[in-house]
Design a protein around this ligand. Structure first.
Ligand code: HPA
Length: 232
């Protein structure tokens, strides 16, 4: 048992998929894994372990935002030996050509969070994906014919940003999309010498105002889950 995860040692696989929404963890366990068991219900942050194609995989909700994700990522790695942590989430596209339903594979993650200032002082660490996971993910996305984009994302602290045009400078510097967790995931994984990757579906487009209905979200969520599971 760790502080926030009520699992026995050994109950969590080395590859852990990380949706923000704990109900999505349950959805993945029920629809994609075989023989899954729920190992965590503490704070409703559901976690499951099962198998996919005979390989052991876990899926753990993280909550929204970097402070919440940091708790789960740290405990999964330190207390349960997670070696591959793969975020499956949604993002808001900054670019017209990155449409809703497309996938964004985050090579790197910029952030306005204060967390890495506490870790690195006045040095700006550049959180980046594990190359091996990234490379396999791109290969598998191409083979599956998925519409995907790879590049820098922005891990924002605010969903309701009081500087509503602040993102435009990021977009002008090639940032593809906004979400709220990847920069910490990459930082924590790097700090523990384990592999991390974020795969995101575009749920809304800040440049065009387009947004997915909840039904459409579900369909593109499934593509992303299959891609993430292909890395296990
Ligand atoms: N902001 C932050 N996270 C998001 C967004 C957004 O607009 N869309 C999907 N995840």
């Amino acid at each position: 048992m760790s502080v926030h995860i009520g699992a026995e040692k050994g109950a969590i696989a080395e590859t852990v998929l990380l949706p923000g929404d704990p109900l999505r963890a349950r959805y993945v366990a029920e629809n994609f894994l075989e023989d899954s068991i729920c190992y965590n219900e503490v704070r409703g942050m559901l976690g499951y372990t099962g198998t996919f194609d005979g390989r052991r995989v876990s899926v753990q909700g993280t909550g929204m935002g970097q402070p919440s994700l940091a708790i789960y990522a740290t405990e999964l790695i330190r207390e349960y030996g997670a070696k591959n942590v793969v975020r499956i989430g949604s993002c808001g596209s900054y670019r017209k050509e990155i449409a809703v339903r497309d996938l964004v594979i985050a090579m790197s993650a910029s952030t306005d969070s204060g967390m890495n200032r506490r870790r690195f002082g006045d040095i700006d660490f550049a959180p980046c994906a594990d190359f091996e996971l990234f490379d396999r993910c791109v290969t598998n996305a191409r083979a599956a014919g998925l519409a995907f984009h790879a590049g820098n994302v922005f891990s924002a602290d605010y969903f309701y940003d009081p500087q509503p045009d602040g993102w435009k400078a990021l977009a002008e510097h090639g940032v593809l999309a906004v979400e709220m967790e990847s920069a910490q995931l990459y930082t924590i994984a790097a700090g523990h010498g384990v592999r991390a990757l974020s795969i995101l579906t575009v749920s809304d487009n800040l440049a065009t105002g387009e947004a997915l209905s909840s039904e459409e979200r579900e369909r593109s969520f499934s593509q992303m889950v299959e891609l993430a599971l292909s890395l296990a």
